[in-house]
Design a protein around this ligand. Structure first.
Ligand code: B12
Ligand code: GTP
Ligand code: MG
Length: 383
């Protein structure tokens, strides 16, 4: 089976009109397209960096607050400058983009502008027809990030072509350079917010360090997906951070059939830390193996998990090296801490329990977590 079409969508800087793009994203997803959504108020640089890392076919921009002629053209130009002119640009902005503007924009390299009154069906048809063909072989990439992005696409495409792709276990490679930290936990517990805060600390700690993030969201085989973790990221929109979003493409358990190979490639590339985020998981999930490619496993919990009985059922509580009670600003957090502490005592292992408020900047709990995950050698699991 061919890989789904991947596109990136975003709303320009100083523009908060995201309702149109949210509707359009959903329609694309319903029609088999994988949409990486970057969110609103995004700069040209952030959009182009994300498009290159995600190796998308095209970027869809929704613009309402003016400046669209320049903004779209700058995206096209920066893609070209980065040798990424195979990534096309299209978009819309209702009545704020006139036909005359659209003519100028197309002259400056924009593929298509959609006006008020266009049906969602027509936009879906456009994307399938224009971006659905397999990509021709591409010239050798100009930058290391782009080369890495191409290789990740090749891995994903190869897995998609294999009929029941066997998932390799996350075994550690002999030539792994980076420390790999795995984050898992229920949907909405704050994994991405927490990772973004940790990335800020990684970047500040060592001015030369580079971080990679491999982030997963769920999808059914052969269908579309909303890959939305990027929209939550603020600090990770940085040239020292390489981020790739992956759909699980039908695989249960929180990861994708291509995860192992992609993660192994990232771990032996030039990063100091590789962070992997699973999809929001359930009680049975064990996305990372003991003594595998992941050096440290972090389970991020929401204080609102139910009762002690539910805690007994969460398998990752036995496996995690660090358990985080995020959202400790919420009322139930103290009780959650006590209950989880008692649950971890039964394991008689050296597991750490940390309370965080990831959505608060300079949170001391996140600082403590950073100290635990940033230790390069001493924290690495004994194998
Ligand atoms: C809804 C809306 C809001 C909502 C936004 C909610 C949200 N979260 O998005 C609220 C009330 C918050 C809002 C606020 C503001 N708004 Co307003 N808003 C609108 C409104 C009424 C509709 C826009 C919309 O979502 N349309 C629905 C989409 C689906 O349809 P469409 O626009 O026709 O788009 C079609 C195609 O272009 C295509 N398309 C659109 N984007 C994309 C992207 C891709 C990839 C593709 C393929 C296709 C595509 O899809 C549609 C298909 O039919 C417009 C007026 C209007 N009627 O257009 C004003 C409008 C855009 N807003 C305007 C303004 C000025 C503002 C404010 C600055 C007001 C203020 N003074 O506070 C703020 C700014 C907010 C911000 N942070 O940026 C102006 C912009 C003027 C300009 N650029 O010259 C407009 C035009 C109103 C006006 N006539 O003055 N706004
Ligand atoms: N109250 C509170 N909300 C938080 C905190 N951290 C994150 N959130 C909010 O929780 C919501 C989900 O956060 P994400 O970081 O997207 O959660 P996630 O675990 O990555 O979600 P999935 O990837 O969908 O599983 C967002 O609205 C965050 O702003 C926190 O410490 N306290
Ligand atoms: Mg997330």
């Amino acid at each position: 089976m061919a890989s789904p079409i991947r596109i990136l969508t975003a709303v320009p800087i100083c523009d908060g009109h995201d309702s149109a793009i949210n509707t359009i994203n959903l329609e694309f997803i319903r029609h088999g397209i994988e949409v990486i959504y970057l969110g609103y108020h995004r700069s040209v640089g952030d959009i182009v960096r994300a498009a290159i890392h995600e190796d998308v076919c095209a970027v869809g921009i929704s613009s309402y607050n003016g400046g669209h002629v320049e903004f779209f053209a700058e995206v096209v130009d920066l893609l070209r400058k980065n040798g990424a002119d195979d990534i096309k640009v299209f978009g819309g902005g209702g009545g704020t983009i006139t036909h005359a503007d659209a003519t100028i924009m197309q002259r400056r390299g924009v593929d298509e502008i959609f006006f008020a009154g266009t049906s969602l069906e027509d936009m879906v048809k456009f994307v399938h027809q224009r971006y659905g063909k397999p990509r021709a072989s591409r010239p050798h990439p100009k930058s290391a990030d782009r080369e890495l992005a191409h290789k990740l696409t090749e891995i994903e495409d190869a897995k998609a072509k294999t009929q029941n792709p066997k998932t390799a276990s996350l075994a550690r490679s002999k030539i792994q350079n980076a420390k790999v930290i795995g984050f898992t936990g229920p949907g909405g517990a704050g994994k991405t917010t927490l990772i973004d805060e940790l990335v800020l600390r990684f970047l500040n700690k060592d001015r030369l360090s580079r971080v990679a993030i491999l982030s997963h969201d769920p999808s059914v085989i052969g269908e579309g997906a909303l890959l939305g973790d990027r929209a939550t990221m603020i600090n990770s929109q940085n040239d020292r951070v390489f981020m790739r979003s992956m759909a699980t493409r039908g695989q249960a358990g929180g990861l994708s059939p291509a995860t192992h190979d992609c993660l192994a490639l990232l771990a032996r590339s030039r990063f100091d830390y590789v962070i992997i985020e699973t999809v929001g998981t359930g009680q049975e999930a064990m996305p990372f193996q003991k003594n595998g490619i992941v050096d440290q496993m972090v389970l991020v919990m929401n204080p609102d998990y139910g009762s002690r009985l539910q805690l007994q059922k969460i398998v990752m509580l036995d496996l995690a090296d660090i358990v985080v009670v995020n959202k400790s600003d919420l009322q139930r957090a103290k009780t959650a801490h006590t209950e989880i502490e008692q649950r971890l005592e039964q394991n008689r292992r050296d597991q750490r329990l940390i309370d965080t408020v990831a959505k608060r900047h300079r949170d001391p709990g996140v600082d403590r977590l950073f100290d635990l995950v940033s230790g390069k050698t001493q924290q690495r699991r004994k194998r």
